[in-house]
Design a protein around this ligand. Structure first.
Ligand SMILES: [Zn+2]
Length: 359
């Protein structure tokens, strides 16, 4: 097996990477089951598909829900089957009512509220400096935010070390619904958060960050790197995992994991996990520059970036929920969950903390 050698690649582009180190061949699983969007926000989103202004008018205002109401809206967090939960979330975030989640839009606001609600439902602690789940920042079109939650590490020695899982929540808007880019990664990140929360205490701290304004030039991650939350210092961030465009597995019948180079713990762990995930063929190695992981990489923090090519619908209106490969997406989310939980519990010496930078 040989690793994909240092190809510079535009993360969300449909360019062709080199020949990856392949794992065992897969078989596609059954067709996706029908799904339902989160109750509080679904009612208006799912019903009619009236004109844009009517849709905006019908969008529910984000629930500034006090805890007891939140509990009522946690149904989506309890969908048992990973595959159904992921399809439900992709269909929700890529619903025309959210109109592609453009930064500072009504759809963006509802998306961020739904993510914050989910993190709270799963029992993750808010990690923004104002005590909430949203790290606000502005873009030319107005106010938006990163949404972040944390599961504190329990180990006296490495409990402060942070493994950060990310997925950008925004897309282009204006009829570009961004199901693969990046409702797929967002749904998978929420599935990993759910698996982590359900798995009990871990040695290291796990942080989950849905970055905003990625499509406008990685603006959310740039803001985070410039003003890291006090609860998540960069100097203690030892690994990042980025999930972006992982809903088009059938395009190459594999998922690429960029940044997983020889000698890195994540690479060794993925190789160890290979046999346990026979349906998911993955290619390790290579380098991608234009994803939210890039700024972390520049600080010397190891990254593993999960991505599937999408030459047909990348940044086009055909990137809709109907064409997402849900079964492989659920498998990729399960593989990413296994990797993250292993990284969280690795012995101390394995993941040396990044050089002190900004935190
Ligand atoms: Zn993307």
């Amino acid at each position: 097996m040989s690793l994909l050698a240092g190809v510079g690649l535009c993360a969300c582009a449909s360019a062709t990477p080199g020949t990856p180190a392949a794992s065992a061949a897969p078989a596609a699983s059954a067709a996706p089951a029908a799904s339902a969007a989160p109750a509080a926000l679904a009612a208006s989103a799912a019903v009619a598909q009236p004109s844009a202004s009517a849709q905006t008018k019908q969008l529910p205002s984000p629930p500034a829900a006090p805890p007891q109401e939140l509990e009522a809206d946690c149904a989506a967090a309890r969908v048992p089957r990973v595959r159904d939960a992921i399809e439900r979330d992709v269909r929700f975030f890529a619903d025309p009512a959210l109109d592609g989640r453009a930064p500072a839009s009504a759809g963006d606001e509802t998306t961020r509220a739904a993510i914050a609600q989910r993190l709270a439902c799963l029992g993750l602690a808010p990690a923004a400096d104002d005590g909430g789940y949203q790290q606000a920042f502005t873009v030319p079109s107005g106010a938006t935010a990163n949404v972040l939650g944390v599961l504190a590490g329990q180990d006296p020695e490495v409990g402060q070390e942070i493994v950060l899982v990310m997925a950008h929540h925004d897309h282009l808007g204006a009829g570009h619904l961004g199901a693969n880019d990046n409702a797929s990664g967002l749904a998978a990140m929420l599935a990993v958060a759910k698996a982590a929360a359900a798995s009990g205490p871990r040695k290291r701290t796990l942080a989950f960050v849905a970055f905003g304004a990625e499509e406008q030039g990685l603006l959310g991650s740039a803001h985070y790197l410039a003003q890291p939350p006090a609860a998540l210092p960069l100097g203690r961030t030892v690994q990042v995992v980025n999930l972006d465009m992982i809903g088009s597995y059938s395009s190459r019948r594999r998922v690429y994991v960029f940044g997983a180079h020889a000698g890195q713990r994540a690479t060794a762990l993925l190789r160890e996990l290979d046999d346990a995930y026979p349906r998911t063929r993955f290619a390790l190695g290579g380098h991608s520059v234009r994803g939210d992981h890039h700024g972390f990489h520049a600080l010397g923090i190891p990254y593993a970036f999960f991505w599937t090519p999408d030459g047909r619908c990348y940044h086009r209106r055909c990137d809709t929920a109907a064409r997402v490969d849900y079964a492989p997406l659920a498998d990729i989310a399960a593989l990413a969950s296994a990797l993250v939980l292993r990284l969280a519990d690795e012995p101390p010496s394995v993941t040396a903390p990044a050089p002190a930078a900004g935190g």
